[in-house]
Write a protein that binds this ligand. Structure first.
Ligand SMILES: [Zn+2]
Length: 68
């Protein structure tokens, strides 16, 4: 299951796991219960791009195979 980074403007980043098809655009911050918005760890991928998810998934699969 892919891990997504959410960014709270007050507390910083938090990581959450979601199925790829069910990833919300924002989550409740675990610390202040405010809104933490979806962020990407890679600056090369823009939020809201449908193709970005496929790129991330492909990279993770390649990494998995390389370590086995
Ligand atoms: Zn917070």
């Amino acid at each position: 299951m892919p891990t997504y980074v959410y960014r709270c403007t007050t507390c910083g980043d938090t990581e959450r796991d979601f199925p790829m098809s069910r990833k919300p655009e924002s989550v409740a911050c675990p610390d202040c219960h405010g809104t933490a918005e979806s962020a990407f760890t890679s600056p090369h991928l823009g939020a809201g791009s449908g193709t970005a998810f496929g790129v991330i998934d492909a990279k993770k699969k390649t990494a998995d195979q390389a370590t086995r």
